[in-house]
Design a protein around this ligand. Sequence first.
Ligand code: NAP
Length: 297
Amino acid sequence: MIALPLLGAPVARRLRTETDKNVTTLRHRGVVPGLAVVVATDNEATLWYVRSIARAADKAGVNCTVVDLGADAGADEIASTLSLLSADEDVHGIILQTPLPPGVDGDELVAHISAAKDVDGANPLSLGRLAVGQEAFAPATARAVVELLEHHRVSLAGRHVTVVGRSAVVGKPLLLLLLQRDATVTVCHSRSQPLERYTSEAGIVVAAVGRPGLLTGDHVRPGAVVVDVGTNVLENGELVGDVDPVSMTEVASALTPVPGGVGTVTTALLVLHTTQAALRLTEELASVPTVGAGAPS
Ligand code: NAP
């Protein structure tokens, strides 16, 4: 069996048409949507990812500013940067890129991102709202996995999905999105051993760990659909996922490539979310009465 490649490009193109419509509406309002990406690392995989977000934003007519605070930035500096951006009317979407410098607690910092501009669903309020089914931006990578599967007509209702990785940005929100679509979900982490016990039971397996070659063809059952979220830069500069594509392609029925799979959809979603945030924020501004308007004379 040779696994079908589940490509991100057609999904990103579909999302882009929605983004373009929003950008046109915003232009009529005299608004250029703005995205700010705060970076405090020199991690190669992260910088690669940030460059791809900036490229996607640029192509869509979204103004992307990368605020690079350096790999030794402190928590106070990052917090005040996020607060300033939250108050900046030209910024409609804010991303705090991980990893952060050692000793800096990201969970505390993301609360400084205004919920209205939290286009990567990092603020705990966003995750909480998602958990109870209220409107919120889902973390873009988690949503990208679902968009990719739905676009390629992989049904989720009633299916068993095993997600490897339980981070707040991928594994946990993905659990919520999959449950909303009536999948039965197993979430694995570093203590789920042996991993193949859980991955081999599922019809759909998602790898979101950050370890090249963690999942091989021996981990899944024949015909499984495999989604590779991992983005790892090898010493030779090559970008690879968490799945060994050579052994996996002989067992799985479909597999997302790295690069060209989940990452492509994630960046398209971040840009789309920014335009959606800009639409909501500018609608809210337009509905705020000017001083004196409507006041009894
Ligand atoms: P993370 O915060 O480091 O979380 C990694 C998860 O993997 C943890 O839950 C960890 O378990 C689990 N894990 C570690 N070793 C394991 C093992 N041997 N077996 C099973 N589980 C294991 O990473 P993340 O931020 O979620 O990112 C995961 C990967 O996705 C990275 O490669 C990252 O670069 C990539 N990523 C890609 C995109 C994209 O758009 N494509 C976006 C974001 C992230 P514990 O909880 O027990 O430690």
